[in-house]
Design a protein around this ligand. Structure first.
Ligand code: SF4
Length: 250
């Protein structure tokens, strides 16, 4: 529908638009072939709130990795119920079940890139196949990798990634949360300012970067959903990035 040149031009124009204007454009252009993803952490709430205000039945993908804090799962249920969200839980492919069960306790530490690939990257790739657009909540101020992202990114397979909050800062998120009285993840007040899976998240101090508690001390800052890893569709293309070398289904 759009070629790369058109997407780049639109993306440049969108730098001056509000997140709501970008979401509205994406919904008007792609619905029903569009979904957003969320982790239900505190900083995810503004985008979720904006998106379902614009399109209440928007499909919302939640990666149920099996490693979440109970607090996250309970918070997710509460928000889904109160906001009447159309949440779709995504799980690892069953071909990994034997390997994942045998390595449940050690995998996040032994090979977090493979663990994220199995529990996040592959399920999201599968859920998005057949859709035309994916709304994500990344911001440029979060990681070095994200600082180079564009508001619209066209993948080789034709999927358009839409990043409406890219130009927002932590302060913008806070201001929106306050203005709309949005609920915070229950662990937020205990120092968990960026929350992923329990084995890979620790609380941080008030002077620390928000994401300092993610994979702390392990040289990893991204799960792979927002890196080049996501563009590769088969295990063979990416397996040299993993410590373990399992075959799917073995
Ligand atoms: S964040 Fe940790 S536990 Fe969750 S999928 Fe990635 S490595 Fe596994």
């Amino acid at each position: 529908m759009f070629d790369k040149k058109e997407v780049d031009a639109l993306s440049a124009q969108f730098e001056a638009k509000t997140p709501q204007e970008i979401i509205r454009w994406a919904v008007d252009t792609f619905a029903p072939d569009i979904a957003m993803s969320t982790s239900f952490q505190t900083q995810s709430m503004p985008l979720l709130h904006m998106a379902v205000t614009i399109k209440p039945d928007l499909r919302i993908f939640f990666l149920d990795t099996g490693y979440h804090f109970w607090d996250t799962l309970i918070f997710r249920e509460k928000i889904q119920h109160e906001w009447k969200l159309n949440v779709v839980d995504l799980y690892r492919d069953s071909r990994w079940d034997v390997f994942a069960r045998q390595n449940t306790r050690t995998l996040p530490m032994q090979d977090p890139n493979l663990c994220c690939y199995i529990h996040k990257v592959q399920p999201m790739q599968k859920a998005l196949s057949g859709l035309r657009a994916w709304i994500s909540g990344i911001r440029r101020d979060q990681t070095a990798e994200r600082s180079h992202a564009k508001i619209l990114e066209l993948q080789d397979d034709g999927l358009l990634k839409v990043n409406p909050l890219l130009t927002w800062t932590k302060r913008d998120v806070q201001a929106y949360m306050d203005e709309h009285h949005l609920p915070r993840h229950p662990l937020y007040e205990r120092g968990y300012r960026s929350i992923g899976c329990a084995p890979c998240t620790i609380a941080v101090g008030s002077d620390d970067d928000d994401r300092a508690g993610r994979w702390a001390g392990r040289g990893k800052t991204e799960c792979g959903l927002h890196t080049d890893l996501f563009k590769h569709k088969t295990l063979n293309e990416v397996k040299d990035q993993f410590v373990l070398k399992p075959e799917e289904g073995k």
